[in-house]
Ligand binder design. Structure first.
Ligand SMILES: [Fe+2]
Ligand SMILES: [Fe+2]
Length: 177
């Protein structure tokens, strides 16, 4: 089952879509936290502050689309464990190859967002979701940090492997419901 198929199934089911939006919010949040923790104080530029603010905004906008009381934690969310695992592994593996790792980790996730979000945009029927996704996509395009081709290929390779595992785990849950 391709992930587009999984995404289509998620988009057809309001309860699953709710859980998926919560997962995306979590990923934006951990991405934001990575920048906060990873950028040394003396390197915090205006661009870095803008990036932190926008990633935090992405997490908030997505979380507001989730139909759950605001106090419900991520630990109670269906896909959250997979999101944590994907991020934790990505961070760990990229960190063994480059230090500091925040730019490479952020960049790899942004590349993923730039393919996942347009796919999800084309499948969701929720207008409020489409509106938020358009805003996020425009900002992620602006964030793109450039790496030398060889490095970039390596980060994408690592991210691609972990994303494939993540997709398989999400697909297994969706199929089991
Ligand atoms: Fe983001
Ligand atoms: Fe970003």
């Amino acid at each position: 089952m391709s992930f587009l198929h999984t995404l289509a199934k998620i988009s057809e089911n309001p309860r699953l879509e709710n859980e998926f939006l919560e997962l995306l919010s979590l990923l934006e949040y951990v991405g934001c936290r990575k920048i906060l923790k990873g950028v040394p104080v003396e390197k915090v530029s205006v661009d870095v502050l803008v990036h932190i603010q926008e990633e935090s905004l992405h997490a908030l906008m997505l979380r507001r689309l989730v139909d759950k009381p605001s106090g419900v934690p991520w630990s109670e969310s269906l896909f959250a464990p997979m999101g944590w695992e994907y991020f934790r592994q990505l961070d760990k593996r990229v960190s063994t190859e480059v230090s500091p790792s925040y730019e490479a980790v952020s960049w790899a996730i942004e590349q993923r967002a730039l393919s996942l979000y347009p796919d999800y945009f084309s499948l969701t029927t929720r207008e409020d979701v489409k509106k938020v996704l358009s805003t996020i996509i425009a900002q992620e395009k602006r964030h793109a940090i450039h790496f030398a081709a060889a490095e970039a290929t390596r980060w994408l390779e690592i991210e691609g492997e972990l994303w494939a595992e993540f997709e398989a785990r999400v697909a297994a849950i969706v199929q089991s419901l």
